[in-house]
Design a protein around this ligand. Structure first.
Ligand SMILES: NC(=O)C1=CN([C@@H]2O[C@H](COP(=O)(O)OP(=O)(O)OC[C@H]3O[C@@H](n4cnc5c(N)ncnc54)[C@H](OP(=O)(O)O)[C@@H]3O)[C@@H](O)[C@H]2O)[C@@H](O)CC1
Ligand SMILES: [K+]
Length: 509
């Protein structure tokens, strides 16, 4: 499990060490770690260190200090180094070390931003050390101008120091231009803003450098399940399991206009190991399901008559069939774990419960929040995904999963997960229906199994968020495997899932 923290949490963990005079030691650890990561990245790209060039963009705070010390290390390894100071002041010890190592220093002004952007663009490595956890808002003035020009032109490898400058370490919001990094080297613990969009768009690969504060870190602000967590959390049938003991998922989905969504949801659920899928809904949708997935038991009955452990509602529903909408409401009212997607979202009661997992995309989340009185449009959700999903979970008291390049999950008790195993090819019609199917299948199988989660450091009350994150992770792994670098259709996500499941569930912890 990857744990991520807010800048404030990291600073609080640093404070006792800073108070005891260890600040310079922490900075040296950070700088050495960053220099090492830059060297490893350069070598992996086939560059020789000696004679390669590095430009460090250094702000006036400790982030700039880290960058200057790291560049001094790189100068010591034979690299040609230039520091672009963003203001007249710079970290004094960092600047002194940089000068001693033979680095060249230039100072950014309003007049020379274009010239210095061109200079930095010619370097083999750019270290972005303008702003870190002490930033208030995004880049401004000449620094913003420099970064805009650099981002727009050609440039070498970009290594961000702690966070890409201008990305809020707590939220992932970007308050101005940001230089996209190839690698972000972050200190003491990953920052939550690196795992939430749009921050994750700019972070590239995230490398965590331990600096000695790790034991003082609090409960993380955000977590990411890794393959070993899936291995521990995924169900395995007992020797004497039968289809009912393995979990039955009820599906209320599809419509005459969108019957395929119900098929894809059922296929996702079947691929995710559920013992049985029961479909209740219109006969024309049931006919297609019977044809495409003969394993599914179809009926036109009511929710009360249908014995299941969890429900999936909403995929492919357009609100036109009142019987279907009643089934949606009844499923949610049943108190059973329920994943609610697409067409179910507009008819959800305002206040729900943690075992209800809502799975909106950004536009649907904006609509949901507007219905609950928040003044947010789709753009505002996309600009601030973590805040939006937090707000939605707080207002609805449900578990909320926001689909995206980084899929975020928030529990109503404010536990957060971010999963990003997928591929942009997953942005295809029907992909969300498969995800709902996978989550529904997991709810039916592991929802009641409190112990499984406790053993993995997950509060039993928070397990619904963890289950949604498991679903997002499996969906991402299966999508990446099925795409294999090329285009993908939604049905292939379910086809790839059993093999992906098999691989991750045999990993040792
Ligand atoms: N403490 C330690 O020993 C360790 C710290 N570490 C490192 O320190 C980093 C945090 O350092 P930090 O606290 O100095 O803040 P930082 O992010 O460099 O920038 C703040 C400065 O910039 C300014 N400023 C603010 N916003 C601005 C804006 N929008 N546009 C322009 N300027 C703006 C603001 O000045 P002000 O405006 O307040 O005068 C302030 O001076 C952290 O990310 C990690 O890299 C690690 O080495 C581990 C050991
Ligand atoms: K930075």
């Amino acid at each position: 499990m990857i744990s991520a923290y807010t800048g404030t949490q990291i600073r609080e963990a640093e404070k006792p060490l800073l108070d005891s005079g260890m600040g310079a030691v922490l900075m040296q650890r950070a700088a050495r770690g960053m220099a090492g990561a830059a060297i490893a990245e350069l070598r992996s790209r086939g560059h020789r260190l000696y004679g390669s060039s590095v430009a460090v963009l250094a702000g006036k705070g400790n982030n700039g200090g880290d960058g200057l010390f790291a560049a001094a290390h790189l100068a010591g390894r034979g690299m040609r180094t230039t520091a672009v100071l963003a203001s007249d002041t710079a970290h004094p010890d960092g600047l002194a070390a940089f000068r001693r190592a033979g680095g060249r220093v230039v100072t950014l002004t309003d007049a020379n931003a274009g010239e210095l952007a061109a200079l930095a663009g010619r370097a083999d490595v750019v270290i972005d050390a303008l702003l870190g956890t002490g930033a208030q808002g995004g880049l401004r003035g000449a620094s913003a101008d420099l970064v805009s020009r650099l981002a727009a032109g050609s440039h070498g490898l970009v290594v961000a120091c702690d966070v890409p400058s201008g990305v809020d370490a707590d939220t992932g919001e970007a308050g101005g231009p940001v230089l996209p990094a190839d690698v972000t080297v972050t200190f003491g613990g990953a920052k939550a803003g690196l795992l939430a969009d749009p921050g994750a768009d700019f972070a590239g690969r995230v490398v965590v450098v331990p600096i000695g504060i790790e034991d003082a870190l609090p409960w993380p602000a955000l977590r990411r399940l890794e393959a070993a967590d899936l291995a521990a959390l995924l169900p395995r049938p007992a020797r004497r399991a039968h289809k009912y003991s393995r979990g039955v998922l009820g599906v209320v989905a599809g419509s005459p206009a969108y019957p395929g969504a119900a098929v894809l949801a059922c296929r996702g659920a079947l691929a995710a190991g559920v013992g049985m899928v029961r479909y209740v809904g219109p006969p024309e949708v049931a006919d297609l399901i019977r044809h495409s997935c003969p394993e599914v038991v179809c009926s036109t009955g009511t929710v009360a008559e249908t014995h299941v452990q969890a429900w999936l509602v909403g995929a492919g529903m357009d609100g036109s069939d009142e019987d279907e909408m009643q089934r949606v409401r009844d499923a949610v009212d049943s108190g059973l774990p329920t994943v609610a997607d697409a067409g179910a979202l507009p008819v959800m009661p305002d206040v729900l419960a943690p075992q209800v997992v809502l799975t909106p995309h950004a536009g649907e989340l904006a609509t949901l929040l507007q219905r609950l009185g928040a003044d947010l449009d789709r753009g505002a959700v996309e600009a601030s995904t973590l805040a939006a999903v937090r707000r939605a979970a707080g207002l609805t008291e449900a578990t909320v999963l926001l689909k995206g390049a980084s899929t975020l999950v928030a529990s109503p008790y404010q536990d957060f997960y971010s999963q990003s195993e997928g591929t942009p090819w997953l942005a295809t019609a029907g992909s969300g229906d498969v995800l709902a199917g996978i989550i529904g299948a997991l709810l039916a199988q592991v929802g009641p199994d409190v112990g499984r989660f406790r053993e993995r450091g997950i509060d039993p009350d928070e397990r619904w968020a963890a289950i949604a994150a498991m679903g997002a992770s499996l969906h991402g792994h299966a999508g990446a495997a099925a795409a294999a670098g090329g285009p993908l259709t939604a049905g292939r996500i379910s086809d790839a899932l059993p093999e992906v499941w098999g691989k991750v569930s045999t990993l040792s912890n």
